[in-house]
Design a protein around this ligand. Structure first.
Ligand SMILES: Cc1ncc(COP(=O)(O)O)c(C=O)c1O
Length: 382
């Protein structure tokens, strides 16, 4: 299958609009010149609306993990305790990063199961410099209660470091109202830009924590980012073509408007869940009253006797790339990403092909049930 005919329905990277691809082919510019600064400011202005924050925002050359490491590496010292909340692969990653810089007090749940807020509070009562949370745990398709955990972090005077990698730009995030000291996002997810950049918002409280640290990482030094951002620049040579792409992608976000974008994402994910239900496919996350199914990636259990690797392989043969499970979930779950500029017709096509795959494997008999259920939900967007 030709790459240009393949539909990416995975939780990042996502398809980027042709105008974003064209923007990236512009000639290089001086990263210390006025043109770059204007682009930097333009991006930050749109990002302030995406993040809903008045905090400083920096754009790093490096994927989402770079921003996760900058967040922890700049605020946490070797004697500081970090409460790392884990219910999936990326919560585990925050825990592993925290272990490189400080002392970890982890709350480790089964992947895909919800956090109990009383347990989170008990951990905070033990005392901590910071708490890390993955707002939308992409590996498990669960949305964690960021607002509530932000409230608890504030009550116990811990910095709230939040991974919004698969929510910012596609789902509701209220950085300031939820008291998020550091929020991070990657370019290749809901913002529908190419991979390779990450964006990070940093509160005054987080900057104060940096003042107390003996040393900061060098390349990921957020104080250096702050200094350079006063001149609308980055400390080191930025990935200029990716900035061109990001700027164009952010213009698409602005033209659609965050409210409409959030509604499109939520409706798309709901349509996929309705289709799964109609086809007898079970959701993977175990919810409680504070957590929700993800609005950007849907994680489903493989039907009995079938490996999700096979479902994924069959889908790829039909021109649609979906994701399987990570680590111990490999083969057990499959995930459909519906983030970025994904349109209802992309979802319908994906569900239709999934129906064919499941019928061919003897799981369902009615190919149309999923499409019908998804279509009904997606009609709300018309
Ligand atoms: C929730 C979450 N956090 C962090 C990351 C890591 O981002 P990156 O792969 O851009 O470094 C991902 C990537 O899938 C993610 O989904």
């Amino acid at each position: 299958m030709d790459l240009e005919d393949t539909l990416l329905m995975m939780p990042g990277p996502v398809p980027v609009a042709p105008r974003v691809l064209r923007a990236m082919s512009k000639p290089m510019i001086n990263h210390r010149g006025a043109e770059f600064s204007a682009m930097y400011d333009d991006c930050c202005e749109i990002l302030a609306d995406v993040f809903r924050t008045k905090n400083d925002i920096f754009i790093l050359s490096g994927s989402g993990t770079a921003a996760m490491e900058a967040a922890v590496g700049c605020t946490v010292g070797k004697d500081d305790v970090v409460i790392a909340l884990e219910n999936g692969k990326f919560g585990e990653r925050f825990k592993d990063i925290a272990a490189r810089y400080g002392k970890v007090n982890a709350l480790e749940n089964d992947w895909g199961s919800s956090f109990d807020l009383d347990e989170v509070e008990k951990k905070l009562e033990e005392g901590a410099k910071a708490i890390t949370l993955v707002h939308n745990e992409t590996s498990a398709g669960i949305q964690n209660p960021a607002k509530e955990i932000g409230r608890l972090a504030k009550k116990h005077d811990a910095l709230f470091i939040m991974d919004g990698v698969t929510t910012l730009g596609g789902d509701t995030v209220q950085t300031d109202d939820w008291g998020v000291d550091i929020a991070v996002v990657g370019s290749q997810k809901c913002l529908a830009a190419p991979p390779g950049l990450s964006m990070i918002s940093v509160s005054e409280r987080a900057f104060e924590a940096m003042e107390k640290k003996e040393s900061l990482p060098y390349y990921l030094d957020l104080k250096a980012c702050r200094k350079s951002s006063k001149k609308s620049q980055t400390p080191y040579t930025p990935a200029i073509p990716l900035f061109f792409g990001l700027q164009e992608a952010l213009h698409i976000v602005k033209e659609e408007g965050m409210e409409a974008r959030i509604k499109r994402h939520a409706t798309g994910a709901r349509a996929i869940r309705a289709a799964a239900d109609a086809m007898g496919i079970e959701m993977f996350p175990q919810l409680n009253k504070y957590s929700h199914y993800s609005n950007t990636v849907t994680a489903m259990r493989s039907p009995a006797g079938i490996s999700s690797d096979d479902i994924k392989k069959d889908m790829i043969a039909r021109g649609i790339t979906i994701a399987g499970g990570q680590a111990h979930l490999k083969g057990k779950i499959f995930r459909i990403g519906s983030m970025g500029n994904v349109q209802p017709k992309d979802i319908i096509l994906t569900i239709q092909e999934l129906g064919v795959v499941l019928k061919n494997r003897g799981v369902i008999s009615d190919i149309g049930a999923g499409v019908e259920a998804a279509g009904e939900v997606l009609d709300e967007l018309l």
